[in-house]
Write a protein that binds this ligand. Structure first.
Ligand code: C5P
Length: 398
């Protein structure tokens, strides 16, 4: 019997979920109809006619007036944009992409209890969408989300980031925020860290960019080690707890697709670090890994992750999943490895998941997504790549 695949249970599952479907940038696609290598039929430019209004004919001139109203949402957005232009900026929607660790070496334990790492982080095209609106409140942000089980109070990194921005700048803007979550949590993809970085960017944009990107990056390390990375251009060699960020140019040979496979079980970062045995990590110099991957591209030997062994201890089924993907995808993927502290397994080189994930009931409920490496330009936040705009239902030919 074919397995059904879905966003993990903590993500909203809607009517698109059915047997033999999987999630592809926010849209569930049946494997038989999924043609990742063919040119995607992007019809986002073809506008849907929502209504046609005809006024009564003028009997004298026999003129008829016909107004064609294209997509209503587009019309409303235009009107709202006009209001914003007149009244100053009041709302903003930003893409909040996640990351993978191409390699992750743990180089030692620190006096503060944390571990030093050395890792090539790279932003990828899977991401959430966050809507910010300026609130009339002078004391409270209000956060909502499409996903149950996410704290919406001060424990949420978005609220922490907004509090941090107000503390650092003295600018008392409060917001209504809606988080449309697509990145699974407990996945080693830095989804929460990206949300925090995106919130800092938004608060700064609302304030007229009072802070520099460097300041946002420095401040953000106060609330999480993985947040400063997102203020790089998308590719960075990170050391310390992860907060020492050295931008690297994303090489051309990173233009390869990948597939993300995450079982429903999450990995607790604290638990994974607790099981880490420093005497059992790899000994390869991370700067050698960096040079090699930037020069030659991604291959199995450079995709070292010292947190795999302790994560497999925490979640033994993850080891088998990785082995099966590597075995099934031989020749299909350039490398198969775990991201961060898990539990996402990444296959770089192809956007296609191995067939056994569809055939084997054991993998019911596994989260699957294709992705690409992405970067951003200076003074611009990340944007969802055009190829990833497949959330909207396919439009029929008209
Ligand atoms: O970064 P996060 O707060 O998710 O980390 C959870 C726990 O993982 C930390 O409290 C710490 O015990 C461990 N950790 C670590 N070294 C790091 C990052 C996390 O030991 N660089």
């Amino acid at each position: 019997m074919a397995a059904s695949h879905s966003l993990c249970s903590h993500l909203s599952c809607n009517s698109y979920i059915s047997n033999n479907t999987y999630f592809n940038h926010g849209r569930f696609v049946s494997p038989s109809s999924f043609k990742p290598h063919g040119p995607s039929k992007n019809k986002s430019h073809s506008r849907r006619i929502s209504s046609i209004r005809a006024t009564a004919s003028n009997s004298k001139t026999s003129n008829q007036q016909v107004e064609i109203v294209y997509d209503l949402e587009e019309k409303f957005n235009k009107l709202a944009d006009e209001v914003d232009r007149n009244a100053g900026m009041s709302r903003l929607t930003l893409f909040s992409p996640c990351k993978i660790n191409v390699f992750l070496r743990i180089t030692g334990k620190r006096a503060d209890g944390y571990h030093d790492l050395a890792s090539l982080f790279h932003v990828i095209s899977l991401g959430d969408e966050i809507k910010f609106s300026l609130s009339p409140s002078k004391s409270k942000d209000r956060l909502s989300t499409n996903v149950p089980g996410i704290p919406l109070d001060e424990r949420n990194l978005i609220i922490k980031a907004l509090n941090l921005f107000r503390k650092k700048t003295g600018i008392e803007n409060y917001f209504w925020i809606h988080l449309d979550k697509k990145v699974p949590t407990g996945a080693g993809l830095g989804g929460g860290s990206s949300n925090a970085a995106t919130a800092l960017w938004a608060a700064n944009q609302f304030s007229g960019f009072v802070a520099t990107e460097k300041e946002l990056q420095e401040w953000s390390s106060e609330i999480g080690s993985d947040i400063p990375f997102f203020f790089s251009r998308g590719a960075a060699y990170c050391t310390g707890r992860g907060e020492v960020v050295e931008d690297v140019a994303s090489p051309g040979h990173f233009e390869v697709p990948m597939v993300l496979v995450k079982p429903p079980e999450a990995c607790s970062t604290a638990e994974v670090y607790k099981r880490l045995r420093l005497d059992q990590t790899s000994h390869i110099d991370p700067s050698v890994l960096l040079d090699k991957v930037l020069r030659d591209g991604i291959s199995q030997d450079v995709c070292v992750n010292d947190l795999e062994t302790p994560a497999f201890d925490v979640l033994p089924s993850l080891k088998r999943l990785k082995q099966r993907i590597a075995a099934a995808g031989r020749g299909q993927y350039d490398a198969v490895f775990m991201s961060g502290s898990g539990s996402t397994i990444v296959g770089v080189g192809s956007p296609d998941p191995p067939q056994f994930l569809f055939d084997d009931e054991e993998y019911n409920g596994v989260f699957l997504s294709e992705a690409n490496f992405i970067t951003r330009s200076e003074n611009q936040w990340y944007t969802r790549p055009v190829s990833a705009y497949s959330d909207a239902p396919a439009e029929s030919d008209e």
